[in-house]
Design a protein around this ligand. Structure first.
Ligand code: SF4
Ligand code: MG
Length: 335
């Protein structure tokens, strides 16, 4: 497998009038070509900020404080804004939760689809038109030609999300980053969009990073999962390992809110009791400790390293230390 993206010890902070909010606190992971990776966690876990750092789309007070973001060997953390503009929407496509924030309300869908093709791919207007129509067809928009001259508000929510996907994929990016792409949609359309992403992954061989708070959403599309908590990776492994051999109490909590593995797409996470840590004053020990029923004394004072618990499977929890008490994962399986 060829490496597409390698993130090494990424730290991203926001500098506010009350101090430094350490949103991402040392995150490392990789993505191979053609692979789909899920990043799962509650809001505030650092999952979106990690990917906004990759895209270099942080708010003005946000800064990559440390680390490398190697995309085909180039460190995106060091590129100029000019160089990043050639990568965004071209080599890396993005889909966000709310398409209305990314679609321009005063431009037709056709113009918005054609623009990157003319700009990045140097297509003629005619060629770009053809390609745009083809993309709309590919994402299942009926009578695409007549839809080209319509504006975003003339599309339903699900259709707008399809347009977003068409736009993100028009330049055949090597990487597609989808941040909660289905959260705002009803379950039927949500399932259709995920199915569509899966199909497109096979057709175009795009690598995908899918960010979601919903563990059920990643099961079908992604072969590997990073579970994030408090600006750190809590657990990383194959989708199989995460679902059937999880080694972190936070993952156990996430799984127990997905009752039936056969019905994953339709289930939503129930929140785990308690609050995520305040990243203005991140805890010295395990960030999950205040909410963890297994917390030991060491958990309060020392941050657990990512213990290797299997091939390509790591968990940042002291329970995986060789001298720790043996705890059976309390996973309630669906019937
Ligand atoms: Fe719980 Fe300790 Fe493991 Fe953190 S390190 S998840 S507090 S047992
Ligand atoms: Mg988010």
């Amino acid at each position: 497998m060829e490496r597409l993206l390698e993130i090494k010890n990424l730290r991203t902070s926001f500098f506010t009038h009350v101090g430094e909010v350490q949103a991402v606190r040392g995150v490392s992971f990789h993505l191979d070509k053609g692979e789909a990776l899920g990043i799962v966690g509650e809001s505030g876990s650092g999952k979106s900020i990690t990917m906004m750092s990759v895209m270099r789309l942080l708010a003005d007070n946000g800064k990559i404080v440390e680390g490398e973001i190697l995309f085909e060997g180039r460190d995106l953390a060091k590129l100029s804004e000019n160089e990043m503009q050639k990568i965004r929407g071209n080599e890396i496509g993005m889909i966000f939760q709310d398409p209305m924030t990314s679609l321009n309300p005063v431009l037709t869908i056709g113009d918005q689809l054609m623009e990157p093709l003319i700009k990045h791919k140097k297509m003629t207007k005619e060629k770009a038109f053809e390609r745009a129509v083809h993309m709309l067809e590919l994402v299942g928009i009926p009578s695409p030609k007549s839809r080209m001259s319509q504006y975003p508000h003339e599309f339903s929510g699900g259709m707008r999300q399809r347009v977003m996907i068409a736009m993100a994929l028009a330049c055949e990016p090597k990487l597609l980053i989808a941040d909660e792409p289905t959260t705002a949609l009803d379950v039927t359309i949500q399932a259709q969009i995920l199915e569509l992403m899966k199909e497109l992954k096979q057709k175009i061989n795009t690598s995908i990073i899918l960010i979601t708070h919903d563990l059920g959403v990643v099961a079908d599309l992604c072969s590997r999962i990073n579970v994030m908590y408090g600006g750190l990776i809590a657990e990383t492994g194959s989708t199989r390992d995460i679902f059937y051999n999880p080694k972190h109490p936070y993952t156990w909590g996430l799984l127990n809110s997905v009752p039936n593995p056969k019905n994953l797409v339709k289930e939503r996470l129930k929140p785990i009791d308690g609050q995520p840590p305040d990243l203005l004053k991140p805890p010295a020990g395990c960030p999950f400790a205040p909410r963890c029923q297994y917390a030991m004394r060491i958990c309060m004072t020392h941050r657990p390293p990512l213990f290797e618990v299997g091939e390509g499977h790591k968990a940042a929890c002291w329970l995986n230390h060789k001298d720790a008490p043996k705890v059976e994962a309390p996973i309630r399986r669906g019937d």
